[in-house]
Write a protein that binds this ligand. Structure first.
Ligand code: BEZ
Length: 227
């Protein structure tokens, strides 16, 4: 049985990330061309010069070397123009001690926010000075085939957790490489779950140290050196 999935343009896990051109704090970009063969984390902010967003961007900038090591490009978005973004980046670096170099998309007309469904229904206070809805805190993890692999939506009031975004990148990249899934609160180095489609016979070959907790829950250390 398959469940009919409405095709009204809503982005879901597995959708192709829409392409777009935009002005950014680093100059104009064509999104797919900019990504090339990299993974990407695209994340939106409501507004420049706002406190939660400032802390988030500083934190993403500080963690950027870890994303780069994993072949991931960071790209932010906020509903303001590039002049505002450039001035704000100076503040972010001053306040948080970051050195923010990744692009922040200027989406003052919400064109990209609408393509990526980054506008909410529920926060009647998340408006600009003209009463137009601001973007919420969305996160998209996009793989090198431009497939959306994760979507998170946070309200304007709640800052995200950069370590969690990095953790999901690690889980997705590890799951793409080996026939495994990752349990609750997994971080690299923890035991992983043998994928349900792998038989016990095959699991013995691929993961010699695997153990059966229940027939549906089989754990193994992932010794990357022997893979
Ligand atoms: C903030 O980043 O602090 C923020 C932005 C918009 C609405 C509420 C909070």
């Amino acid at each position: 049985m398959s469940i009919p999935v409405p095709t009204n343009g809503t982005l879901r896990l597995g959708s192709k990330a829409p392409d777009f051109t935009a002005e950014t704090s680093n100059g104009p970009i064509s999104f797919h061309e900019y990504l090339g063969d990299s993974w990407a984390v695209l994340f939106s902010h409501p507004d420049d010069f706002t406190p939660v967003c400032t802390t988030e961007l500083g934190a993403f900038a500080k963690l950027e070397p870890e994303f780069s090591k994993r072949g991931v490009k960071l790209i932010g978005l906020s509903a303001n123009d590039t002049t505002s973004h450039k001035a704000w980046i100076k503040d972010i670096d001053e306040i948080t001690g970051s050195k923010l170099t990744f692009p922040i998309i200027a989406d003052q007309n919400r064109e990209i926010a609408l393509k990526f469904d980054m506008i909410d229904f529920q926060d009647a206070t998340n408006l600009d000075d003209k009463g137009v809805q601001l973007t919420i805190r969305s996160v998209f993890i996009i793989d090198p085939k431009k497939t959306i692999r994760l979507i998170l939506s946070y309200p304007a009031s709640t800052g995200r957790n950069t370590a969690e975004v990095l953790r999901v990148v690690d889980s997705l990249q590890t799951g793409d490489k080996y026939r495994i899934t990752t349990p609750i609160n997994w971080v690299p180095g923890d035991d992983v779950i043998v994928h349900p489609t792998v038989s016990n016979e095959l699991a013995k070959e691929i993961f010699p140290k695997f153990r059966i907790i229940k027939p549906y829950l089989r754990l193994t250390p992932l010794d990357l050196s022997d893979k």
